[in-house]
Structure formats: C-alpha cells, structure tokens
Design a protein around this ligand. Structure first.
Ligand SMILES: Cc1cc2nc3c(=O)[nH]c(=O)nc-3n(C[C@H](O)[C@H](O)[C@H](O)COP(=O)(O)OP(=O)(O)OC[C@H]3O[C@@H](n4cnc5c(N)ncnc54)[C@H](O)[C@@H]3O)c2cc1C
Length: 410
C-alpha cells in the first residue's frame, strides 16, 4: 500500500526538535506516526558545501529580510536547524512558561537523563575559548562553561567539523530522536512539503503535501505542526488561521572578531562558555573554523515585530532598543577580546537563527498547544509567547514531551 494511504494515529509535520520529540514519544508508546519532512535525509558529512545546500539556499533556508536585519538561517533537512546548531543547552525560563500555565520542569529532568546535557570537559575545551574565558574572568565577568548537547566520549579535541554539522555523531541533535522514532516503527518521508491542513467542522482531518511535483492527501486523527517558526505560521495562514506569522522574534546576533598573534587556527567547538545577561544578551566564544581569530558572539533578545509573508518570506526591522543591546554587547565583547590581545576588533553583519513567536501560546494556541481546530497542535519555536533571546532547543524538547503526554492521555 502506498505510504500516504496507510492509517496513522498522528501526522507530524517537520522533524526539528519539536516534531522529532513528539514523533519519538508517540511511537515509543505504540502509536503509528508519519513524519513529513521537507528536506532530505542525506547523512551529514560536515562539509561547507553540504551545509550551504541545507541551510544556505536563498529564499528557502537563507532568508534575507527587508532593510536592517540581514540574514535569517534555518535548516531544511531531517532534524531541522538542530543539525547545524552549536549544541548549547540553556534551561527554559520556567517562570515565564508557568505564567501561561505550562510547567515543563519534570520533562526537562527526564530529558537530562535521556540525552547528554553537560558542560564541556577541560580536555575538550579549545585554546581559543580558554583564552576568552580567562580574559573575561580576569575582567570580572561571570563567564562560565555552557551545557552542551554532546556525547563527549565521541567528540574529538582539535576538530572543527561540527561547524558544518558533526559527521561523527558526537553532537546530539533532533536526528537522534527521529532515528529512535523510526526504530519504534514511525514512517519518515523526506522531500515532502506540507501545504495545508484538511479540516471538516472545525476539526483537522489531515494534510495536503507535495512531493516531487505530485500532490498527496494524508488523513489522520491528530496533526502536529512542527515546521518551525516560519514554516508552521505559513501553513496555518494557508489553512485559514489569518493571524499566524506576525510580531515575532529572531534573536539577532553579531560576531565581534579580530586576529591575535600566537594562536593556531581554530579547531574547536562553538559556544563553550559565556555569560547570559537576562533580558539583554548572551555573549559566548564562537571560534571560526580554521581561522586564527578570536571571536565572541553577541546574541540579543529583540522586541517582537514583523510579519511572515504568505510565501514564507520574512519582513522584520530591528528597533532602536535592539541596536542599543547589540552595541552594549559589542562593547563588552571588544573589552574581553582586547584584554585577550586582539588589536583590531571588527563586527559582522546581523544574522539570526531562532525565528519564533509566530504562533504564540495564549493567542493562536492554548496552553495544550492546540489551535482553533480540534486535533491540530503546534509544537516548535513558533509557540513561544514572548521575546526570547536564548538558545531554545531544550525548551522545545520539553514542550514536545509535554504535548506527547497530553495526546497520549487524551
Ligand atoms: C546556526 C544555528 C545555530 C544554532 N545554535 C543553537 C544552539 O546552540 N542551541 C540551541 O538551543 N539552539 C540553537 N539554534 C536554534 C535551534 O536550532 C532552533 O531554534 C531549533 O532547531 C528550532 O526547532 P523547531 O522544532 O522549531 O524547528 P526547525 O529546527 O526549524 O525544524 C523545522 C523542520 O520543519 C521542516 N519544514 C519546514 N516547513 C515544512 C513544510 N511545509 N513541510 C514539511 N516540513 C517542513 C524543516 O525542513 C525543518 O526540518 C541554532 C540555529 C542555527 C540556525
């Protein structure tokens, strides 16, 4: 029987951290799950070329926003953006989520027993991150090691390959959960782009997708949209939820960077240590692969704004307070780099990799992540209800676990 005609208990759209968690949890509990993923399932080689294909295609995975904010990246492949992420695991803002009736403390505890979430060992810490660490602490910053989603026994010191997706399976990412889901019996279909939700009497009954130019319909009693901050809003808008895709965040960032004498070329992980100034910015080391530069990333919590276009484009300007935060963070980064011996510090253009808040909890989904349509749920970065400013993956995994429990109990 053709894969789209089989019976499923749930269809999950998108296989990033949100979707992969739901697929893994439901399949582990005996449910028949279909995962539909727009990107390919090619194995990760850790090369610039492959990365460019999966995260750098203009209009698809690389979105150039209008005016001042420049480039927004998202991974279109099994595992979503997590395949190319830096593996930094930040705890969720539990109090903010609690104010929306969402408690994921237990889910985060469970996750920390299931997947590797720990600071890097001293043996794996690279000389560049170490130099920045020492300089920041010397200046009185509370610069600390960051938890990493990393199988440290598989990780190699003196390696930079994870900058382009780790080919040694050392970096944990959402593909690990997709693999588990498939082992549990879930079906993964790649190169399948979901277009709309099928509805009847205010209930979701399935989806419409395109694969290699052909249109298919899949019916299922539960649909979970996990197509990411941009993808889920686009699908919902096309399915009649007009207000999806407005007033979102992207967590803009710049890299402060400069050459320093006596350092060998960068062969180390990104985001080994740093500092988080609540509501303002995160500063971390960000070694450029194979370059003898010291670099610090400044990532800020931007104000909500902008809109996703009907065709999945991104329109968003940064406001004055966003630029002030970037400038403040850059000032601190310059100081730390200067103290580490960098002479001419420069800053990069503005980039972003965390689009979210386009389908907010308390507005477009309720605290169970259910939309206006019965049986249609959203679980990805789009549901975050407020400005963010943090690496979101651990939060999304926690939300995925919580939604799965809700679906299994109902
Ligand atoms: C360079 C970079 C570094 C990062 N570093 C970190 C980090 O260190 N720590 C951290 O926590 N976060 C990090 N992030 C952010 C993190 O990767 C994302 O926030 C997270 O992956 C978002 O998960 P998601 O489930 O919302 O969606 P995504 O990961 O965006 O997954 C969505 C999936 O849906 C698929 N899709 C989209 N549209 C459709 C459609 N119509 N039909 C079918 N499938 C569709 C996409 O192909 C994709 O696979 C980083 C991001 C980038 C880009």
């Amino acid at each position: 029987m053709e894969v789209f005609q089989k019976e499923y208990d749930a269809v999950v759209v998108g296989s990033g951290p949100g979707g992969a968690t739901v697929a893994k949890e439901l399949s582990q509990n005996g449910k028949k799950v279909l995962i539909l993923e727009w990107g390919s399932n090619a194995s990760i080689k850790g090369t610039f070329l492959q990365t460019a294909k999966m995260i750098g295609i203009p209009g698809k995975s690389l979105l150039v926003t209008n005016k001042k904010l420049h480039i927004l990246l998202r991974g279109i492949t099994t595992g979503g953006s997590s395949v190319f992420y830096c593996g930094a695991a930040f705890d969720p803002p539990f109090d903010m989520l609690m104010s929306y009736g969402i408690d994921i403390k237990n889910e985060i505890k469970e996750l920390k027993n299931e997947i590797p979430v720990k600071p890097l060992s001293n043996e794996l810490m690279g000389p560049m991150a170490d130099k920045i660490f020492t300089s920041a602490q010397d200046l009185g910053y509370n610069w600390e090691k960051i938890n990493k989603f990393l199988f440290q026994d598989k990780c190699k010191a003196d390696c930079w390959r994870c900058s382009y997706g780790c080919p040694y399976d050392a970096m944990w990412n959402a593909r690990n959960f997709v693999d588990e889901a498939v082992k549990n019996g879930a079906t993964l279909v790649n190169d399948a782009k979901v277009k709309t939700i099928l509805t009847n009497n205010n209930k979701a009954t399935g989806i419409v997708l395109k694969k290699r130019g052909r249109t298919h319909r899949v019916e299922a009693p539960v649909v979970v949209l996990s197509a990411g901050g941009i993808g889920s809003a686009e699908i919902l808008r096309r399915s009649g939820v007009e207000k999806a895709g407005y007033d979102f965040f992207v967590d803009p960032l710049i890299i402060a960077t400069g050459r320093v004498k006596g350092l060998r070329k960068g062969k180390e992980l990104h985001m080994q240590a740093g500092i988080h100034v609540k509501d303002e910015y995160v500063l971390t080391d960000m070694a450029a692969p194979k370059a003898n530069r010291l670099s610090i990333m400044v990532k800020i919590k931007d104000d909500l704004g902008g809109r996703i276009t009907d065709r999945g484009g991104c329109r968003k300007d940064l406001c004055k307070s966003d630029y002030k935060k970037l400038d403040d963070g850059y000032g601190h980064a310059r100081k730390i780099l200067g103290n580490a011996g960098v002479k001419n510090v420069r800053k990069s253009m503005v980039l972003a990799g965390h689009p979210g808040g386009t389908v907010k909890i308390g507005d477009i989904v309720d605290s169970d992540l259910k939309t206006v349509y019965d049986n249609l749920y959203v679980c990805d970065c789009s549901v975050i209800p407020k400005s963010w400013g943090l690496p979101p993956t651990l939060t999304l995994l926690g939300l995925g676990k919580r939604l799965s429990k809700h679906l299994l109990n109902n």
